[in-house]
Design a protein around this ligand. Sequence first.
Ligand code: NAD
Length: 491
Amino acid sequence: MLMLSVKHWIGGSLVDGAGDRRLPVYDPATGETQAEVVAATADEVRAAVRAALDAQPGWRAASLSRRAEVMFRFRDLVDANRKEIASLLSSEHGKTVADAGGEVARGLENVEFAAGAPHLLKGGYSEQAATGVDVYSIRQPLGVVAGITPFNFPAMVPMWMFCNALVAGNTFVLKPSEKDPSVSLLLADLLRRAGLPDGAFNVVQGDKVAVDALIADPDVRALSFVGSTPVARAIYEAGTRAGKRVQALGGAKNHMVVLPDADVDAAADAAVSAGFGSAGERCMAVSVVVAVGSAGDALVPAIASRLGKIRVGPASDPDSEMGPLITREHRDRVASYLELGEVVVDGRAAVDGPGFFLGPSLVDNVDTASPLYTDEIFGPVLSVVRVDTYDEALKLVNDNPYGNGTAIFTRDGGAARRFQYDAVCGMVGVNVPIPVPVAYYSFGGWKASLFGDLHMYGPEGLQFYTRTKVVTSRWPDPATSEVDLGFPKVR
Ligand code: NAD
């Protein structure tokens, strides 16, 4: 049977891969290979960077309103094609179509933010900084920038990056996850239809070989990465060594602290939604519930009773609430953690047939030395750690090497205020289990969840994709001109 091969998008059109390495794209619900990625060679990556380089001067010269207009049109096209985008991404990722629709909606926020970005690209102006001298700052694009994205949000995470990068006048090369690559091509086509010039947005399909070529390419000025911590760290180190600006977002172990005064049903609903949505394959998923004092006694049965009701099935079934995992190897790895603890709900019963399914699973009284606690499992396994006091709960959050998101559930405003102040973590939820900031704030963790200085999207995203130039200007009367070897003073 002729296997569908996923193409690159270079210079404004689809391009067949010429490499000889083929990577499978599965249908995670059936376990079958539905397409192949022909992994990009270094030469193909160079062709994409070249196209972006050629397009950049023209795109940079386009007026701010013209660049914003492309974002407005792209917004309308994404909106009009929500269903198509959602079903395409769920067919390769496995998440339910409703969840994929949520991903598209959160991606759309970033397009809307970018459409209004000219406001944030304004510089400052100081008139009469010295006699007859004005000083002003302008923000200029970096040139060609690249994004490397993970499998778990194949539409939203690229939109976190390229909307701000493009509106600021950069051109872009995207290296999406090889596991669910097709939606990037649909987005590329929508950008073309929105009026983006050819070459301003390019997609190279592939893996480490393509990423290494982007890192080595001196014409790529900045790298945005989202993925696992070891790769984030390696790309940050190699990219900065090569003189690039890098923001590299890594993995997570998000703790949801539940105090004894919290509403048990609301906390259980939140833990289940945030632990098992998208089968736990979210960097902001709650993977540890830290039950303080007596909280665990009611909470664990309340969570367990909800897990039996979750309908696990293929994304194509509108009744499914939770789909399969991304690959068989990943599913088996996630399931193996259930050997390690006090299993209250065992999802391994859902493992029958060729699809990569694992049912929602709950493990109680998890030891913080266990890999159940120390590893980012990235699947539908929720651990409960029981502690006696708020201070012990806080210590767990703060001592954890990751610092992406955390949440506290309580009815005590003072405790919540204290937690917000104390937590060593980039994003904090107060009775909100997945505190992903709206697009006009920025997204990013601390510690091993982010390497670099600037967070992603929102105002920090625009900062990342621009550099500031400060102009000091004087229009003197030639009659007053003279030589003065003293250091310029303002007073
Ligand atoms: P991954 O690190 O395996 O892959 C991410 C990207 O890097 C892919 O495009 C992949 O092709 C590429 N890559 C993989 N290995 C590489 C290597 N050795 N050298 C260069 N490039 C390489 O991550 P994943 O499995 O696709 O995604 C899941 C991970 O992403 C989880 O750890 C999750 O927490 C994390 N994630 C983090 C955030 C965040 O905002 N912090 C968001 C989403 C996902």
